[in-house]
Design a protein around this ligand. Structure first.
Ligand SMILES: NC(=O)c1ccc[n+]([C@@H]2O[C@H](COP(=O)([O-])OP(=O)(O)OC[C@H]3O[C@@H](n4cnc5c(N)ncnc54)[C@H](O)[C@@H]3O)[C@@H](O)[C@H]2O)c1
Length: 342
């Protein structure tokens, strides 16, 4: 089997999850990394014994690639995807898909037109807790969802934003706590409810940061065409990353997730729990093992299996697009101070 030639673009925080996943696959060969910050690209290239590039165009011009992983600031996900798909290269991009809906829509259109696979990372769908709730909704044990609520209260201080040249800006990050941190939890809720959007009514504000343009607080409702109304509350001015919480009130019970641990309590008295499998670990550059990263590996494996024709995407790009639509509707509703109806 000829190995797929792979490059990772963006050598920042999330790079190790992608690099380790590619290195583990026998049918993929990491040939290059790319980052405008020369020292970052050089360090990763040396560590992994691959070529370093400092410009995306040069990477595309000089390497014959089958796959690129996009680990870039949000505003670059769409243009780099378009360039890659134009060159018939499969793309796996980090969340969010893009910073606006039309760009994300065009990513799908161009991937289809060029017959390449487009994947978008939403790794939390692979967590055992998420899988338990989704399975019990799909097999009918929980019955129909009646309502839901979620809360994300994390810590992204001014000091955190000071370290980044793109976070905290509308043009590069595309938003704050919603598009960057709460997006995973919002995506899970939408996946659980599994219905088209009906309306979004939200407020956004910057309440506790000095140096960012974007929202550090958002709350509102996401209403779905099946009649379910869900509430969300997200802030990133808390003093630690408190466990995220999702609760679904369903016909036959309540499903609750705290951090990644799900507890389903049925009205007939049975209860089910799912959490991390302690035998599953991800080893970081430093040699330290942890759970964070395990679900990335699973999603990246699925992406490569799809390219090999052995699977279908667990998270189709069309699914990521719906989450993009929801996120952008929160921003539109917040800015215009009115309900956005679909
Ligand atoms: N799935 C998750 O849980 C998760 C977690 C963290 C980050 N992310 C996502 O990963 C992406 C990257 O985030 P991060 O925290 O690693 O950011 P980061 O700032 O640490 O890394 C981004 C890198 O891209 C480089 N870069 C910027 N412009 C470039 C260009 N034109 N060409 C080449 N390189 C360029 C920067 O120099 C930087 O090294 C974002 O989409 C983020 O939301 C996802």
């Amino acid at each position: 089997m000829k190995p797929l030639k792979v490059a990772i673009i963006g050598c920042g925080n999330i790079f190790p999850m992608h690099a380790a996943s590619v290195m583990e696959r026998v049918d993929a060969e990491l040939v290059a990394v790319c980052d405008v910050k020369k020292e970052r690209a050089d360090e990763k290239a040396e560590q992994l014994q691959v070529k370093a590039y400092y410009k995306v165009e040069q990477l595309f011009d000089e390497e014959v690639l089958d796959v690129v992983h996009i680990c870039l600031p949000h505003h670059l996900h769409a243009p780099v995807t378009w360039e890659a798909t134009r060159r018939k290269i499969h793309v796996l991009t980090e969340k969010p898909m893009a910073i606006n809906y039309p760009d994300a829509e065009r990513m799908i259109k161009e991937a289809k037109a060029n017959d390449v696979t487009l994947g978008v990372i939403f790794q939390n769908r692979y967590n055992p807790g998420s899988q338990l709730i989704k399975t019990m909704l799909t097999n009918g044990e929980l019955g129909a969802v009646k309502s839901g609520k979620l809360s994300v209260t994390w810590d992204r201080s001014d000091a955190y934003y000071e370290q980044s040249d793109w976070k905290g800006t509308w043009d590069k990050e595309g938003g704050g706590v919603i598009i960057d941190q709460a997006i995973h939890t919002m995506d899970l809720m939408r996946w659980f409810v599994d219905s088209e959007l009906s309306y979004v009514d939200a407020s956004i504000s910057n309440r506790a940061h000095e140096i960012i343009e974007v929202e550090d607080a958002a709350e509102g409702v996401i209403a779905y065409q099946n009649g379910v109304v869900t509430a969300f509350h997200a802030i990133n001015y808390y003093t630690y990353d408190a466990p995220v919480e999702i609760e679904l009130h369903c016909e036959h019970g309540v499903a609750k997730m705290v951090a990644d641990k799900a507890t389903v309590t049925l009205t007939d008295g049975r209860s089910f729990i799912a959490d991390h499998n302690p035998l599953e670990t991800f080893t970081y550059d430093s040699g330290v093992k942890g759970y964070w990263g395990v679900s990335h590996v699973k999603q990246i494996n699925n992406f490569y299996d799809v390219i090999r024709g052995e699977a279908t995407l667990d998270v189709p790009a069309e699914e990521a697009l719906k989450t993009q639509q929801m996120i952008n509707a929160i921003y539109q509703s917040g800015h215009e101070k009115q309900r956005i109806t679909f």
